[in-house]
Each structure stands twice: as structure tokens, then as C-alpha cells.
Design a protein around this ligand. Structure first.
Ligand code: PBG
Length: 324
């Protein structure tokens, strides 16, 4: 009690504050989302995501070398698939020579130590822009998870260290795990997007991949943003099915969920600071309404404080630059 307790004593100098700081950010905390496109020398900025680029494989090579030299150890790969290759079944997703598979091979041969996380979901490959196969305006669960298992296997064959199903179909982790085990990929990790909400924060990402749903929305498979306890149920199911890592997504609007999951389970948790979160911060900073660097660090540290082991963030490079 005052005056014995004066909380301000430990805040007196920067060095003292550093010594008692509970949470620290480190380059090891981050994975970097990468958008891959066909072509050569392509580096296109995504209009709604300043300073984030779609890159062809030669540019990706330079990028992963840079990331590794900065101390960043993981990338989360998304492929922008050409319109002519899209169909309802996501057939191109299984092409052993598809863009995603070549991207994985390219990254692993350029920087073998880089941990490659590959996105497993049909939406970039779907003519409907949905994460599953469509029939009569329904997204089919069981037919989709058959394809996802084969897709994950083809990523593992290409060299992915971690396959990351982001689709929210039921039972997909079990199917993927079985397919990997059966083919001898016993060390391939699964990071499941276990608590992924039907969020309006994904807009800029869908611009980046041209993957917005052609009809309806994703509410029959992604979670209702109003639900908190259901996230624990989703996460526990995915761990039982064979997930090594689980994700909560989006980030900032779901910090309560992140902390609940952290308290409920013991596997490492990833959080995704999604495209809309990044876009909001950039837009406010461009107007001079917020300071990009300090708000960015405040948000990233909030994820770690709430319980994240891994933060997927479009600001990862900027953060590491600041951390020095
Ligand atoms: C789709 C997927 C999405 C994101 C990652 N994987 C969008 C969606 O579910 O529609 C969003 C990432 C972001 O917004 O940064 N499988």
C-alpha cells in the first residue's frame, strides 16, 4: 500500500523498465506470409497492403535469403493461381509441378534451413472462391477433406516442413495426418487453423490472391465471431486429430480467445495478424493519424503477452528491423 508500494519506482528509467519487462519480441517469434505468382522478375505491390508484394519465384529466392539473413526462420506460402487453372474440385492444387509445389522446392533449395509452412485450402484454386468443393451452393465437407489430404501430401513431397490447413472443414487434420503417415512423412508438422473466424478482416488477402467467394460467405465453415468457448472445442479436436500447432485467427480482435486457448492446451499456438489488421494500421499511418512503428510493436507484443508462440504478420520484417 502507498507509500510503501509506489509502482512508479520500477518505471523510473528505460534500463529499469527493460529489466522488469515481462514480454520480449524476438525474430524467432515470427513467420512471414509470402504471396507467390507465376512469371519472372515480378514484384507487384498489393494495393490494399502497402509494402507487401506478390512475387515470382526468382524474387522469392532473393526474399527468403534476405529474411534468413535478418533472423527470420519461417515463411507461410500462398499461391496466386491463374484463373484458367481454377475449377470446382481444386484439381490444380494436386499438380506436383504446380506453383505452390515449385515455390516450396525453390525456397527449400535456396535456404534449406528455412521452415516452410504451406497453406492447405482450396480457395485459391476454386472457381467458386470457396475453401471446399461446392454442390448446390453447399460446401461439401467429406469430399473436400479427401482433396486436402492429397494436397498436403503433395506439399510434403515438395519439401514443406509444416502443412497448414486453413479451410475449417471437419476432420481434415485427421485425414491429412493419415495420408502423411501412410506415405512415410512422419515428421511433417501440421499447423491447423483451428480457431479461424468468419471475419471481415480478410478482405485485402482476398484481393492479393483474387480469391473472394463467388457467392455467399464462409459462415458455414469458419467460426462465428461471437463464440469464445467453441474455440477451445475446435482446438482440442484438432490436437486429437494430430495437429502439432494450432492457430487463432484473426489476431487483435480475438486476444481473449488466444489467452483462453493458451490456458486450455499445451501445444504451441500461432496467431495470425491478418491482412485487414495490417491494412488498417498502414492506412492510419499514411494519414499521419497513428505512428506505424510504435503501434505495430504494441500490437505484436499484445499477441505474445496473450500467449502466442508464433506470430504470422505482414509486419514481421519491419518489426525485426526495429528490434535491431
Ligand atoms: C483462406 C485463407 C484466408 C486467409 C488465409 N487463408 C482468407 C479466407 O479465409 O477467406 C486470410 C489471411 C489474411 O487475411 O491475411 N484459406
Amino acid at each position: 500500500m502507498y507509500p510503501n508500494n509506489r509502482k512508479r519506482r520500477l518505471r523510473k528509467s528505460a534500463a529499469l523498465r527493460d529489466l522488469v519487462q515481462e514480454t520480449q519480441l524476438h525474430p524467432d517469434d515470427f513467420i512471414v506470409p509470402l504471396f507467390v505468382v507465376e512469371g519472372n522478375g515480378v514484384k507487384q505491390e498489393i494495393p490494399s497492403m502497402p509494402n507487401v508484394f506478390r512475387m515470382s519465384l526468382d524474387e522469392i529466392q532473393k526474399e527468403v535469403q534476405l529474411l534468413w539473413s535478418m533472423g527470420l526462420k519461417g515463411v507461410l506460402v500462398f499461391a496466386k493461381v491463374e484463373e484458367s487453372l481454377k475449377d470446382n474440385a481444386g484439381t490444380e492444387a494436386l499438380n506436383p509441378n504446380g506453383l505452390m509445389q515449385r515455390a516450396i522446392q525453390t525456397i527449400k533449395s535456396t535456404v534449406p534451413e528455412m521452415v516452410v509452412f504451406s497453406d492447405v485450402a482450396l480457395d485459391p484454386y476454386s472457381s467458386f472462391g470457396h475453401d471446399g468443393i461446392v454442390e448446390d451452393n453447399n460446401i461439401l465437407n467429406d469430399a473436400t477433406i479427401e482433396v486436402l489430404a492429397q494436397m498436403a501430401l503433395s506439399h510434403a513431397q515438395a519439401g514443406a516442413d509444416v502443412v497448414a490447413p486453413s479451410d475449417m472443414m471437419d476432420g481434415r487434420v485427421m485425414h491429412i495426418r493419415k495420408a502423411l503417415e501412410k506415405s512415410g512423412f512422419i515428421d511433417t508438422c501440421i499447423m491447423s487453423y483451428a480457431a479461424k473466424y468468419a471475419s471481415s478482416f480478410y478482405g485485402p488477402f482476398r484481393d492479393a490472391l483474387d480469391s473472394a467467394p463467388g457467392f455467399g460467405d464462409k459462415k458455414t465453415y469458419q467460426m462465428n465471431p461471437a463464440n469464445r468457448r467453441e474455440a477451445i472445442d475446435e482446438v482440442i479436436l484438432d490436437i486429437k486429430e494430430g495437429a502439432d500447432l494450432v492457430m487463432v485467427k484473426p489476431g487483435l480482435a480475438y486476444l481473449d480467445v488466444l489467452r483462453d486457448v493458451h490456458n486450455a492446451i499445451d501445444v504451441p499456438i500461432a496467431v495470425y495478424q491478418v491482412s485487414g489488421e495490417y491494412a488498417m494500421l498502414r492506412a492510419a499511418a499514411e494519414r499521419g493519424w497513428l505512428d506505424y512503428n510504435s503501434v505495430m510493436i504494441e500490437q505484436l507484443i499484445a499477441f505474445k503477452r496473450a500467449g502466442a508462440s508464433i506470430i504470422a504478420s505482414y509486419s514481421a520484417k519491419d518489426a525485426v528491423d526495429l528490434l535491431g
